[in-house]
Design a protein around this ligand. Structure first.
Ligand code: B12
Ligand code: SF4
Ligand code: SF4
Length: 307
């Protein structure tokens, strides 16, 4: 039996490491009503993301991912920039900075080191978007917000402009958080703003889901085909898409957490003209490393044709 960990201590250390919010949930399986992954897959909304079909049971139960897991520590790293880039061709705001996978992972390891210093028998594994675990649903369980109609985690203070990571640990906590009682109410701004009607209401699950096949974010990032579907209008986005987030009133009032320097802004604005060497140089430490230069050029050609 491992030592029971103070939740207060975890949160204090998380804040010192630089996370904007931290919540903790017991590592009990997710119900299919709160995470209708099987319905999403059955509808074909995952497009070519075959990895979403793998380890489905594990996505419902973190104890299959980390043996003996007792708690999930969920952490938010906010990224709303203080200004946006200009120009007709643009990348999503989450990609303005360095690759968040690396940054978040470094921070999660720092937090684990601090916890191990205080609790030498503390054991856990950090995750960011890369393992079969649904980041948003654990954040909801840990009281960090609710799932908005745009299907993203909406934190009442930071909106949806935040990355999510977690530590799944075998330690028990002395206190757990409860989900918050927030909701989108009658608002449908994001659904109406989507240029591709990609946010669809799933009658069976009684909630909104993203059909990736029509989503600009999927198409500009995950789609590996030589050309993009003609009916997808990316509205100038050549990597990711912000439209359903820009429409959200919570994001309007959220504080900015990332300062876009003049140099970085200029580099991003010139990126559509970059040759392969310059693109690779920029992409190396950025979320853009998810795509190769031919995809980048495909996205530019598609967005230019739409315009
Ligand atoms: C696959 C994936 C995608 C796919 C599919 C997106 C999707 N909505 O499923 C694509 C490529 C399109 C995508 C795009 C983006 N992604 Co993405 N993606 C993921 C990934 C890897 C898995 C998501 C997943 O499990 N989908 C499967 C379906 C079944 O799950 P679901 O969508 O959660 O089910 C929905 C419904 O059932 C409904 N629902 C379920 N329960 C309930 C309960 C209630 C009360 C209600 C009302 C609704 C409801 O809402 C659910 C939320 O979508 C996660 C990382 C991770 N491991 O969790 C990141 C992740 C969701 N992505 C992220 C980001 C930042 C984005 C983009 C904003 C990037 C961009 N700017 O282009 C866009 C946003 C597009 C959008 N509106 O979703 C962040 C989101 C952070 C946040 N605040 O929520 C994550 C969590 C990565 C991270 N670690 O930070 N993504
Ligand atoms: S990311 Fe863009 S295309 Fe995808 S659901 Fe949101 S607004 Fe629609
Ligand atoms: S725009 Fe409205 S409906 Fe969409 S996520 Fe924000 S509050 Fe919810």
């Amino acid at each position: 039996m491992t030592t029971t960990v103070s939740a207060e201590f975890v949160k204090q250390q998380a804040a010192e490491v630089g996370f904007q919010a931290c919540g903790i949930a017991p590592a009990a399986p997710l119900h299919s009503e709160e995470f209708p992954l099987r319905q999403w897959l059955a509808a074909g909304y995952h497009a070519d993301m075959d990895y979403m079909q793998q380890h489905v049971d594990m996505r419902y139960d973190p104890r299959q991912l980390v043996e003996g897991a007792r708690s999930v520590v969920s952490l938010l790293l906010a990224y709303k920039p203080d200004r946006r880039t200009e120009g007709n061709l643009r990348i999503a705001q989450y990609a303005y900075g360095d690759d968040y996978h690396q940054r978040l992972k470094d921070m999660l390891f720092q937090l684990m080191d601090r916890l191990k210093q205080r609790y030498p028998d503390f054991q856990g594994r950090p995750f960011v978007d890369t393992a079969p675990i649904s980041d948003r649903h654990w954040a909801v369980r840990a009281g960090l917000g609710w799932i908005g109609n745009n299907t993203l985690l909406l934190n009442p203070h930071y909106g949806s402009y935040c990355f999510i990571g977690e530590i799944v640990t075998t330690s028990a906590m002395d206190r757990y958080d409860e989900p918050v009682a927030g909701s989108c109410g009658n608002c449908r701004r994001c659904v109406q703003a989507c240029p591709n009607g990609a946010i669809v209401f799933n009658v069976e699950s009684h909630c909104f889901m993203v059909d990736a096949r029509s989503c600009s974010s999927y198409n500009t990032i995950e789609n590996r085909d030589d050309s993009l579907p003609e009916n997808v209008d990316t509205k100038g986005y050549i990597f990711g898409c912000d439209i359903c987030q820009l429409a959200c009133p919570y994001n309007e009032t959220a504080p900015s957490s990332f300062s876009l320097s003049d140099d970085r802004k200029e580099a991003i604005e010139h990126l559509p003209l970059a040759d392969e060497t310059a693109f690779r140089h920029f992409a190396k430490h950025s979320p853009l490393n998810r795509i190769k230069y031919p995809q980048w050029q495909r996205n530019i050609a598609h967005a230019s044709k739409n315009r």
